[in-house]
Structures are given as structure tokens and as C-alpha cells.
Design a protein around this ligand. Structure first.
Ligand SMILES: [Zn+2]
Length: 322
């Protein structure tokens, strides 16, 4: 890691800007207002371009319209933070970045959430496909925030874990993992059969073979797929072989274990309304893991490519300089 951090684009804002321009604009500056490529000229202000399109003529930089827009954090520190969050297996907290990079804590916190937003993928095609196995499993992490608690209890709600009723005051997370491939996780307000069935159907290709535990949560998904195989965790069964097919949800459980260790060890506490962002971060690292051929640099570049069009706006009663 120390070698990677000596790269020129981590050393000064000018170098960082030049590097980011090369990455984002291989064919010349792209106007963030009208989308025109390579038809803009430099203004006197360093890093600023003016669109040469007659109808547009607007000014922009390489960070206009991205999660980095209007940030007061120097660009090389942004790039370094992208790298650090991508190169460490369990992530890096705003507190660690605040100390390591000399940023004030609040700014570091906002920056981390924006990086997570860049890591978030949305609107992708379904997981799985013909001959592919998709595992579905759920876990519970952290207490439900007071203002998000519902009157619904586990009694009467059909959500179960290993044959028992699930805890009503914990936050349910559902993970879908294509075996040997990508993960997609969801924080669901209440884990019941309807909610789970909808997510499973919307996110997994019909031709897939679904593996889950014996939970009733997945009963509604049965008819949708080529096959639905279950392992009976409540009887201590974790893998079963059927005509050469290993039936288990070990990939999903492996993912949850990385997620929980990371959340406990690095992030310690997160508000429920931010849980989906942390999940996006762990999903991103998992989907660009070494076993799939990604290096720390590849993983970082994939996150940086996601900066576009995802500027977060927080409505705060007081102005936070970011
Ligand atoms: Zn333009």
C-alpha cells in the first residue's frame, strides 16, 4: 500500500486533477451540462473549462456533476480516500481518514458517504441465469432505530431464522449471491415473505437455481425458478449434495461474516438510514474481489468511475463546509 500511495496523483491537487481528467475524459473535456465531447476551451481559472457549443457556453470542471462537486477537500485527498476505502478489506472509518489525511471529522464523514454513493450500482440486470446458482440468505444486524420501529412483532409476522422467529428489533439484511460471482444486498424494513419474494423475483434470472435455507421466507419464490433447493440449518445441515450439485448458502454467509466483522471493527455504529450505504461499500469490494481478478487499483478505478451523476444533497439546518 505504501508504494501505491507515492503515485504522483496523490501528491498535489494539480496532479490529481490532471489524472482524473485523463481517466474521465480520454477524448477531451466533456461538458457536464450538454454532454459535448472535446469542444471546450480552458478558462483562466485552473481546472475550469468553458463549453464552446453555441447553445451552452457553460463552465465546468472534471468534478462538476459528481459526488466531489463543491467539495472543499483537496482532490488528491479524495483520490487517496477512494484508494484507502477500496484497498482495505473491511473499509476505513471517517475517523481514521480524519487523522491520516488531516481532514476535519465532519468533512471526512461526508466524503466517506459520497464515496459509498459512487460505489453503489443500480439498475443492473438480474443475477444468475441458465445453469447458474444463486444463494439467498438473510441476517440481522444492529438495532432498529427508535423512529423506524414498527408495531409489528415477530409473532404473527412470518419471518424466521433457522426455524425460529427472527428478532423484531434488529435490522434485517437480505443477500443474493451468484455463486462465484456478484452479490446484491438489501436492507428491508420488515423481513416477511412478501418483501423477500418480491426482491428475489426482481433480482434473479428465472433460469437460475435458487439455494436457501429452510426459512419460510423463501417459500413464495419456489415456482419462479428452474429449481429451489434448501439446506436445513436447524438440523445442523450446512451442505448437501444432490446429483453432484452442492447445495448450501456458504457464499452468502461468508459475505455476512466480512460485513459484520467490518461493521464491528471499523465502523462500530451506523444509523439505520445509512445502513444501505455501508452495504453498498461492502458489495462493491466483494464484487471487485481478488478472487474475481481485481487488484486494489482496479477496485479503486471502478469506484471512481461511479462518481458521475450521484451528487448527494443533505438537507442540514446549518451549513457544513465540505
Ligand atoms: Zn455544454
Amino acid at each position: 500500500m505504501s508504494n501505491a500511495l507515492t503515485a504522483p496523483h496523490f501528491q498535489s491537487p494539480e496532479n490529481a486533477r490532471e489524472w482524473l481528467e485523463k481517466l474521465r475524459w480520454p477524448e477531451g473535456p466533456v461538458c457536464s451540462h450538454c454532454g459535448t465531447i472535446g469542444h471546450a476551451y480552458k478558462t483562466k481559472k485552473p481546472g475550469w473549462y468553458r463549453c464552446a457549443e453555441k447553445e451552452c457556453r457553460k463552465d465546468f470542471t472534471v468534478t462538476t456533476g459528481t459526488v466531489m462537486e463543491r467539495s472543499h477537500i483537496p482532490l488528491q485527498k479524495w483520490l487517496m480516500s477512494f484508494y484507502l476505502l477500496n484497498a482495505s478489506k473491511k473499509g476505513m472509518s471517517a475517523h481514521q481518514l480524519h487523522r491520516a489525511l488531516g481532514l476535519d471529522y465532519k468533512s471526512a464523514w461526508f466524503m466517506c458517504h459520497r464515496i459509498r454513493e459512487a460505489m453503489r450500482t443500480g439498475g443492473l440486470g438480474p443475477l444468475g441465469g441458465g445453469g447458474k446458482i444463486v444463494e439467498a440468505d438473510e441476517t440481522y444486524y444492529g438495532s432498529i432505530d427508535k423512529n423506524m420501529r414498527t408495531t409489528k412483532t415477530t409473532r404473527g409476522r412470518p419471518f424466521t431464522k433457522k426455524g425460529r422467529t427472527g428478532p423484531s428489533n434488529k435490522r434485517p439484511i437480505l443477500a443474493l449471491i451468484e455463486r462465484g460471482g456478484n452479490v446484491r444486498t438489501f436492507h428491508i424494513p420488515v423481513a416477511d415473505k412478501d418483501a423477500v419474494t418480491e426482491i428475489v423475483r426482481d433480482n434473479i434470472a428465472r433460469e437460475s437455481r435458487l439455494h436457501s435455507d429452510e426459512s419460510k421466507l423463501y417459500f413464495g419464490s419456489d415456482q419462479h425458478f428452474t429449481a429451489h433447493k434448501t439446506v436445513t440449518h436447524s438440523h445442523g445441515e450446512y451442505v448437501r449434495y444432490e446429483k453432484g450439485e452442492a447445495i448450501h448458502t456458504n457464499s452468502a454467509e461468508g459475505y455476512f461474516s466480512i460485513f459484520k466483522r467490518g461493521m464491528r471493527g471499523v465502523y462500530q455504529h451506523c444509523k439505520e438510514k445509512h445502513l444501505h450505504r455501508y452495504l453498498a461499500e461492502f458489495d462493491h469490494r466483494y464484487n471487485h474481489r481478488v478472487a474475481l481478478g481485481y487488484s486494489d487499483i482496479d477496485r479503486t478505478l471502478a469506484a471512481i468511475r461511479g462518481i458521475e451523476g450521484k451528487r448527494l444533497t443533505y438537507h442540514q439546518s446549518h451549513q457544513i463546509r465540505f
